[in-house]
Every structure is written in C-alpha cells, then in structure tokens.
Write a protein that binds this ligand. Sequence first.
Ligand code: GLC
Length: 725
Amino acid sequence: MTIEEKLGQLVQLPGGRQKSPNSKINDDERARVRSGLVGSYLNVAGAAETRALQRIAVEESRLGIPLLFAMDVIHGYRTIFPVPLAMASSWDPELVEGAAHVAAVEAAASGIHWTFAPMVDIARDARWGRIVEGAGEDPYLGAIIAAAQVQGFQHGGLGKPDAIIATTKHFAAYGAAVGGRDYSSADISDRTLNEVYLPPFYAAAKAGSGSFMSAFNDIGGVPATANRILLHDVLRDLWKYDGIVVSDWMAVDELRNHGVAADGGEAAVLALHAGVDIDMASNLFVTALAERIRADPALAADLDTAVRRVLLTKAKVGLFDDPYRFSDAARERTSILTPQHRTAARDAALRSIVLLKNEGNLLPLAGSLRKIAVVGALANDPDSELGPWRARGNVDDVSPLLPALRSALPKGTQLVFEPGASPTSPDGTAIPAAVAAARDADMVLLVVGETFDFSGEARSRSDLGLPGAQQTLADAILDTGKPVVVLLMNGRPLAIDRLAERAPAILETWFLGVEAGPAITDVLLGRAVPGGKLPVTFPRATGSVPFYYNHLPSGRPADADLGKDSARYHDLSITPLFPFGHGLSYTKFDYGPLQLDRREVAPGGSLFVAIDVRNSGSVIGDEVVQLYARDPLASVSRPVQELRGFRRVTLKPGETRRLRFTLTPEQFAVWGAGRWRIETGSIELMAGSSSADIRSRGSITISASGEGTAPAAAIPTAVHEERLP
Ligand code: GLC
C-alpha cells in the first residue's frame, strides 16, 4: 500500500445527510473511490446504492479494498423505537438489546455495516439536549444499557449477516458540558471521570463494541480527539481495547478551534498520534499527513497501526470474503418494518412509559366517560414521536395517538381534539377553544412538552419549563376543575413544578417511536400497566441543575429546615420534582426485609442480598426493584446513594418473588491515584421502588482492603429470581 492508499483507509466522508442519504455520491466521489482515497462513508444506504459504490471500490480500485458504510442508527433504522432515554426508562436490558438487534437487522439489510450507536454519555444536566440519546444520569444503569445495546447491534458477533459494528460514543465525558451547553468543556475531577463517565464505555468495550467515537469536547482543556491518555493509555493499554476509533464529525479539524493545532496538518498529526484511526468528514488525513508521515517514522508507525485496525475490522465484518453480503435487495425487501418489528417497537413503547403521578387513581381511564377532550398540539404531532435521530424513519409509519385512542374508546365515548398551544409558538389564541372543549368534557388529556427538535444535538435549552404558551394552556385547563391527565412528550426532564402540583395524573411518554399511539392508548385504558422508572432526576427549577441523586453529602448536607445553613437553594425545596428511579403502577408492591447470607465479605468474595417483593394490589403489574448502596466512611467523601443492582419483575396480584443480588467488594471500590482501591468498612444497603422510596435497609462489612480491576459501577450484579408460594 502506498502512504496515500493507507491514509485513504482512514478517511470517512459523508455520502449524504441523515435526511438525504446518497445525495453526495456523484462522479467526483466515484472517482475518489477508484483512487482508493476513501475507506468508509456515512449516510450511504440502500442495497442497490451500497452495492454500486462497493463494486467500484472492489473492482475498479488498485487494491480492491471494500468500503464500510455507516449511519446513525440510534433507536431504529426504519422501524423507529422509543428514544434511548425512553428505553432506559424500561430498566429492561433485554428489551434494549432486542431493539438494537431489530435495528441491526434492518440496517444490515440496507447495506449498512456500522452504526454510530450506542451513545453512552452520562447526563446530569437536563439543559443538555443530547440527554435524549443516552441512558440518563447513573453510571451503573448506563453501563448495563450500554452493554445490552452493543450485544444487540452486534447480535451473534461481527461477521454474522445481521450484526453491525457498534460505536460507543462520545468518548468521553461529552455529557459533562459546562452549563449543559452542547460541545462545551467538561471540567471534572479524575475521580468523577472514572467513577461516573467512564463506566458505560468500559462496559461497552468489554461487551465487544467494534468501535469507539472520540468526542467533540475537551476534558480540562485536552480535546478528546487529541487526548492520547484517553484514547491510548486508558482505552488500549488499560482496557486492552482492539477496535477502531473514529473521530466525531469534523472533530479533527476542530482541534484548531480548540486552539491546540495551528493548522489542519497539526490537527491531523495530533489526532492520529492520540489514537484516532478514522477521521470523519474533515478529510485532513489524506490532504495533510502524507508529507509529515514521510518525514516522521513514529507517525508512520501510528499510520500502520491505524490501517491495520481498519482492515481487521473490515475482515471481521466479512467484507474480504463477500463485499456485497450486506447489499442484498431481496433481504432489504423482506426485513424492514415487518409486523414482528412493529410488535417489538410497541412492547418497547409500553415498557418505556413512566407513571409519574396518579392521584385518586384517575388512571386507567374509566370506561363510562361520555366525552374526552384531548388538548395540546403535541397530541397531533406524530413526527415528534420519531425523536431527533431517526435514520430512515418515516412519519407516515407512525401510529399516532388520536386515531389509536379514538378507535379504542368504547362506542359511547366521544373524543374531541383542540391544539390549544404548541411548544413552537407563543401564540395562545387557540387556548379559549381548548378551554371550551374541556368544559364540555368529562375528562381532559393534556398533551404538553417538547417537539423532537427541542432535544438532540445542538439543542441545549436554558429553560426547562414548558416552551411556547403551553403553561398558560395548562393553567387554563386546570382552572376548569375538570379531571386532567397530563401526557408528557419530551426529550429531557422538564421543570414543571406548578403543573405537577396541580395535575392529578401525569404519564411520561417521551418520544415512543412508530407504535406510540397504541402504546399510550393501552396504558390509558388499563390494557397495559405502566412499569417504567425514571433514569434521570426531574428538577423543580432550571436554576437547580445539574441536579442528580448520587451526589456527595457536602459538609452541610441539604436540610429541609431553612434555619440551618445547608447545601440548598433558599427559595426551593431540597427534593427533586420526581426522583431518579421513580415510577408508579396501577397496583401496589410490598417489600420484605433485606436478607443477607453473611455480614462480612473480603475482596475476591461475594455475598447474597435477598429481598421478597409482593404484588399487594388487584391487577398484574411490573416493579423495578432497585438496590442502592452507600459507603458512609471512606478515605474520600462518597455519594449518598449509588445504584448497584436492579431487576424488573412482573407480578400477578398476591404473587411474591424473591430477588437475590450477588454483590462483591469490587463494586464499592474508590478511584484514586490511578487505581481502584477497595477499602475496609461498612457499606449501607437500601432496596426500594426508587432512590427516594427505600423500603428495606441493611449493612455489610468489607473486611479487608484490596484493589479492583474495573470501574466499580461497570461491574454487573447478578440477580436470581425465585417464585415463592
Ligand atoms: C454528529 C454527532 C455524532 C454522530 C456524527 C455522525 O455530529 O455528534 O453523534 O454520530 O455526527 O452523524
């Protein structure tokens, strides 16, 4: 291979945009492929289109090296599933894995080898728009979900016909953006980086993720895309990762904006030497590196390392055996948007819904209602159900709420719809008509929140309230005194203190994908029981973020008594609006005491923590049993709570299930001075229905010190279930 041909393998170019794939493929692009100066494309899709371009690479270039085709298949390719933050609300790793597998089957059938997912960035600041793309604020839940997505996308292992290369992104700490402003610096301690932001990346790497993506942001002034400590010392030396690293879009060139590279050539050298194997979109590797590599043997070695990784990846996917195996028109015709895939999307939507409030058991809706007023422009916005990253999703594929609800209601129940107000306009002139419809109805479904375009990339918000005139609409509707059920459609936690105080019932529906309407209808009518739990804290006010459950106590822990000086706002309650892990049901669950098989455990050992959970209500329901821990006395201050286990269970009325969690001291190790230290002492355990609804407590003792080998939050807790008579 010539230096230019080697560099060509490290070049990834856009073949189109998300909304218009293949739109950039022209004769010039085909000539570039023939010259061997490009190794992969993003946004080239379709069995025919990928086959045509692949044929040029394989049959008309000097070396015949096949191309990789990539796309942001985040939560579905054509069958769009709930957005990732919604699916994280299911607390169901199997569901998440299944959704990723369906996405892979459809993408692979359309010639896609590689998806830029999972996004595993921990997000503690709801102002950050990309919170919608991840699994929320907790590193343990985030690590479990990250591994599940990798296993789903790479189902059966790379080389299988419906396995596509996962990309674990954005490495790293992209969600720690100062002020929640997308792309801003992450200025965090080494301990926070290792204990909070890295665990999901570690879990994804150990799950076999075929690639990583370097992030746009800097960490303490060192841009991730030029961060050799991160991309080489941690990822390669410490974690023994052998996949490829692709930069984020133009992130190599943007090293100039960071002020660490004087020109494109310096930027390319920094990125290649740091450990970036593929430069996405800036094309600097080909245009700016050849001469530098001829002059610098060390850089030439970096080049060979990167090329080797890329070629190995193409081999793993099977492209050297059959470069056209993914570009199969017959498979494309039969594998996409199938009834089975829609059924999977509906199940995912059902399990992602979170019941936040249900005063007086207003839900499920009574069958005897004469008239229901559905109010809010979002009730008629199927496009938003696809979320901000929708690959080849099509709004016409969405089963919207209004027709689904209309067709499911009993014959005698009338449904009227009034837009009232929209997130995208301050115009409140339609509110009177909505109020009139509410007055004339027995019950109001108030649908408020955000459109899909209020979250996602470059969509940070400085105000977490209801945008547009929606708050005015909500107040007017609630002033009618009619029973109101709020349906939230949103891509982030919202600061809706006033609405939450006044509305008797609130369902969090996020953006639920192509089966949103039927899923919401099933829950409203009681055909399905909501069982989701929040993967993020809902703050009471924008001014209180970042606000997260696993915080340090401080020297003056927040106290409800304003007479005491403590870590709180003087004008705001110290509790969240809705806590991490919160979610109600149409039934009730009772918890037994924590049962420990021993009180002490040493490094290398493990112990069982069992808890019996009973459905004490009258309908079947799901409960996510959560196990938290706290180290009350350590060499450094430790979080007031840390999730270290969970299991979603379905229980019939009167049924009891015994859950047995297996814990190890390594799961409580503390990061410091470059290692995971296991410290002796007591660990408090808490089991409950949310981080703020603890039902049983206990404590164990770690009897000897030691050293861990993995991020504590990335060590999965085995859970055994036993049905009790
Ligand atoms: C975007 C995003 C990244 C995505 C990439 C390709 O800017 O940051 O998540 O995978 O570009 O679309």
